[in-house]
Design a binder for this molecule. Structure first.
Ligand code: PLP
Length: 366
């Protein structure tokens, strides 16, 4: 097998997704699985379907198109508000899109009419994180304008927190979303299908809150793929945190002084990281770099410390012993390293298929 590569354990991903689907179902909340960190890998979508996920979302139309070409026929939502320049592609491949701008919604309506389709609209509301969203006071007006447009369905409303400003989903902002849903229903009649509360950062609130109100959907990516909640990056009980790992190959390993010598200026990526004098150490280089991963997002295996990274080299201290050239080591990845590795053409993806003769994994806490 070639290196560097991401090893994706499909059974662990299935387990994580199934555990979250079951826990949230008890609270009346369904899971929309977010595939944006997987570059539209159909293998992962299949594993998620086996776990009981029935709706998918991605922030890039390209990934949704890849999944459609691979034969995925489940509901697909585009998370990022569509670019006007991509409206045709959005209507063709996504069933639903999240929106904040009436100019875009109008074009989605026109394109749906032209192609004989019906497109679902989720209006995203700003609840304080200051990334995407309609200010709450403007929601009714934009909902009214949307409802007047042909070939669209107002499928729901939603919010996204903890992405730009780290604002925590809580009873206050989530009940604001519920109240907005009620007021849209009261004003226009009918019932909004989807009230999507947020991403993996909403999990703790969703599982612990005494009242989840109208929230009936969460859009989960990181928690399924990496088994962690994004607010404090703590492992989620009963979930695998190593479903996806990065394997890299040793290309140099030599005993060298731990301090550089010569006059110091900038390094390839700005100021050099200050080093401490540990005497002579085994400096081991892995053939993977900033083009492939976020070096700050890697956790090395025991006995190896990260020292720095340039475009193509990951420089480590492997202690008092050299590592054999050509051997491989496995690193844990965080979300940032995962996204970079998935989208790097230099990193191959190895899917470890599940063994379906085994009984389904039991869910912790059941
Ligand atoms: C990325 C994204 C998600 C998923 O976030 P995770 O933290 O990976 O669960 C959900 N909603 C929107 C709008 C997103 O952009």
């Amino acid at each position: 097998m070639t290196a560097p590569r991401l090893e994706v354990d499909l059974e662990k991903i299935e387990h994580n997704a199934h555990a979250l689907v079951v826990k949230l179902a008890r609270r009346g909340i369904s899971v929309t699985a977010v595939t944006k960190a997987t570059l539209g890998a159909p293998e992962i979508v299949e594993a998620l379907c086996r776990a009981g996920v029935t709706a998918f979302a991605d922030s890039r139309i390209e990934n949704i198109e890849t999944l459609r070409e691979a034969g995925t026929s489940t509901t697909m939502t585009l998370l990022r508000t569509p670019m006007l320049s991509q409206v045709q592609r959005v209507v063709k491949s996504a069933d639903v899109s999240c929106n904040t701008e009436i100019d875009v919604i109008r074009e989605l309506s026109l394109e749906s009419g032209r192609t004989g389709r019906t497109h679902g609209i989720i209006l995203m509301v700003e609840l304080g994180d200051l990334r995407e969203g309609i200010m709450p006071g403007d929601l009714k007006r934009i909902a009214r304008d949307t409802l007047k447009l042909p070939n669209l369905v107002l499928a729901g409303i939603g919010a996204n927190l903890a992405c730009c400003s780290g604002i925590v989903p809580d009873d206050r902002n989530m009940s604001e979303l519920s109240i907005l849903a009620d007021s849209i229903d009261d004003t226009f009649g009918g019932t909004l299908d989807i009230v999507t509360g947020g991403n993996s950062a909403n999990l703790q609130w969703a599982l612990d809150s005494p009242d989840t109100g109208r929230i009936n959907d969460l859009r989960l990516g990181e928690s399924i793929l990496l088994g962690r909640e994004p607010l404090h990056r703590q492992p989620i009980d009963g979930l695998h945190t190593d479903a996806i790992t990065l394997v890299a190959e040793v290309i140099e390993s030599k005993m060298k002084p731990s301090l550089p010598w010569g006059e110091v200026a900038q390094a390839a990526f700005g100021e050099p990281t200050p080093q401490t004098d540990r005497g002579e150490v085994a400096r081991t280089i892995f053939a993977v770099g900033r083009q492939d991963i976020d070096p700050l997002g890697l956790v090395p295996p025991d006995g190896i410390d990260l020292l720095g990274a340039s475009s193509d080299h990951l420089i480590t201290n492997s202690g008092s012993k050299r590592l054999a050239i050509g051997t491989e080591r496995t690193f844990q990845v965080n979300y940032s390293a995962l996204v970079r590795a998935m989208t790097s053409p230099f990193v191959s993806k190895a899917f470890i298929a599940a063994d379906y003769k085994k009984p389904a994994p039991s869910i912790p806490g059941q």
